[in-house]
Design a protein around this ligand. Structure first.
Ligand code: NDP
Length: 334
């Protein structure tokens, strides 16, 4: 397929926000490849999603070794599309990958050893058909590996030119702070943290965002739409082609049933704001001063286009914030 990027893609339609105190800016909306790019997916639509994302100013594509299914297929499929359709555009793209979750059998195929991280990075580069990634993450903390070893592997990835920056994902506040200090002692900046954060899951507000703001580390929350729950997707039931409806999707049907009454009430507030629920959920993420970019998924071009329109209204009144918190049962101060 021939792809000519929209020449107006940098006309201000997408804001670029500084990642912590680094020199790097990321688009307010970034695109994740956890679902929708595996061998089980419609790869023509995957290709169209990548094209449209780039046209909308989404310069950041996020991967991990194990995205698919099967594991590895998202990097392989997208790598082929990048090679075929994005020639000459590498310097306009921020590509990230991660290692830490199970990828291959035996003692070296997961967690945080130097062996796992550096072997996995080589495998990811091979699948993506790239010489380097822009950001390489430790995907999860490893309780059994010294943090110095995991951070040392990230530093090596930078020193040998296979990653321009490094980040951590799913690290609790205290460990994130320690990881930052260790990397700094090795002369490497911890660019970014990738945690789960959405209207239902507020754990990062309990210490982590203070650490990130204090250290000048960026934050790119994943599953900002709670895997689709915080959209209109499930308001009338569970569609067969949705993440909760598909056999290989990670969203459990029980989670939908448990939350749907709250989703319906949140939807009323979104309507009062003149927004869709997806818009409100993303705007709510982007209002947080620690947040650099919201890392969304999309199974169609239509969803992608819909989500980017959240940028039209990012402001919240105190009353709206309180009404939202009341629905999700979060107690607020002040
Ligand atoms: P979201 O919360 O944005 O969920 C995306 C899914 O919601 C889509 O695939 C689609 O599912 C549905 N959806 C999206 N937009 C709409 C819409 N406008 N209307 C209706 N349904 C919609 O994010 P993800 O959970 O996909 O996570 C995003 C990225 O974060 C991942 O791709 C990955 O890069 C990263 N991630 C990182 C993790 C980590 O541990 N570091 C863990 C998980 C994710 P469908 O149409 O199939 O129902």
């Amino acid at each position: 397929m021939n792809y000519t990027p929209d020449p107006d893609r940098y006309d201000g339609r997408m804001p670029y926000r500084r990642c912590g105190k680094s020199g790097l800016k990321l688009p307010a909306i970034s695109l994740g490849f956890w679902h929708n790019f595996g061998d089980v997916d419609d790869l023509d639509e995957s290709r169209r999603i990548m094209h449209r994302a780039f046209d909308l100013g989404i310069t950041h594509f996020d991967f991990a070794n194990n995205y698919g299914p099967p594991a590895g297929s998202a990097e392989r499929n997208a790598g082929q599309i990048l090679k075929e359709d994005f020639q000459g555009l590498r310097d306009e793209l921020i590509i990230s990958s991660k290692a830490g979750y199970h990828m291959w059998d035996g003692p070296y195929g997961e967690w945080g050893s130097r062996k796992n991280l550096l072997s996995s990075l080589d495998q990811s580069l091979d699948r993506l058909q790239l010489d380097y990634v822009d950001i390489f993450y430790s995907h999860r903390p490893d309780p059994e590996t010294p943090l110095e070893e995991t951070m040392g592997a990230l530093a090596t990835a930078v020193q040998n030119g296979k990653a321009l920056y490094v980040g951590i994902s799913n690290y609790p506040a205290e460990m994130a702070s320690e990881a930052y200090d260790i990397l700094q002692s090795m002369g490497v900046r911890c660019l970014i943290h990738q945690p789960r954060y959405n209207l239902f899951d507020r754990w990062i507000e309990d210490g982590l965002t203070d650490v990130l703001l204090d250290k000048g580390v960026g934050c790119i929350p994943f599953s900002p739409l709670a895997q689709g729950l915080l959209t209109g997707r499930y308001i009338e039931g569970i569609p067969a082609d949705s993440r909760a409806g598909k056999e290989h999707g990670f969203l459990q049907q029980d989670a939908v049933t448990e939350k749907i009454a709250q989703v319906q009430r949140l939807n009323v507030i979104a309507e009062q704001r003149g927004q869709s629920l997806a818009h409100m959920a993303l705007a709510w993420i982007l209002r947080h001063p620690a947040v650099t970019s919201a890392l969304i998924g999309a199974s169609s071009v239509k969803q992608l286009e819909e989500n980017v329109r959240c940028l039209d209204n990012l402001a919240f009144s105190k009353e709206e914030i309180k009404a939202i918190d009341d629905i999700v049962n979060v107690s607020v101060e002040g």
